[in-house]
Design a protein around this ligand. Structure first.
Ligand code: SF4
Length: 140
């Protein structure tokens, strides 16, 4: 995750999930871990986006034991990863400036919101695209 050279390695679509995180998740181990990574994300300056399972997936009930694959039903996570990279015109597998990536998210928010349209968390997580956190759902 954040290694010696200080960059966060993230599955590409988790860039969006982390921005909208308000303390919710699939189960306790997952949410605890996500909360930890969210704190690191908020302090990070650089990141690398990948198309495979990351440390968020590691504690996910939908990850294989070896954390090599996501088996969540009806969820083509790789497609989301590719779309995020494409919409934001980013280079995968390279070290990117987080502030520059977030500027791009800001510019492409309309397109990104369509990508999240079928996500079960959208009512909780998309506040960062709409502008203000949803206090009704906030746990943090
Ligand atoms: S394993 Fe799948 S559902 Fe779980 S965090 Fe990773 S991408 Fe998301």
């Amino acid at each position: 995750m954040v290694k010696k050279n200080k960059f966060l390695i993230l599955r590409a679509h988790h860039l969006l999930c982390l921005q909208g995180f308000q303390g919710y998740g699939y189960d306790e181990p997952f949410t605890k871990n996500l909360s930890k990574i969210h704190k690191i994300f908020l302090k990070s300056k650089k990141l690398k986006l990948i198309f495979s399972n990351d440390l968020i997936c590691k504690h996910c009930p939908f990850s294989t034991k070896a954390n090599t694959k996501c088996f969540k039903k009806n969820s083509n996570v790789k497609y989301f990863d590719l779309k995020v990279i494409k919409i934001l015109s980013l280079k995968p597998q390279t070290i990117l400036s987080l502030s520059k990536v977030l500027q791009k998210v800001e510019l492409k928010r309309r397109k990104l919101i369509t990508l999240c349209k079928n996500c079960e968390w959208k009512s909780i997580c998309l506040w960062f695209i709409k502008g203000t956190p949803s206090n009704a759902h906030s746990k943090i």
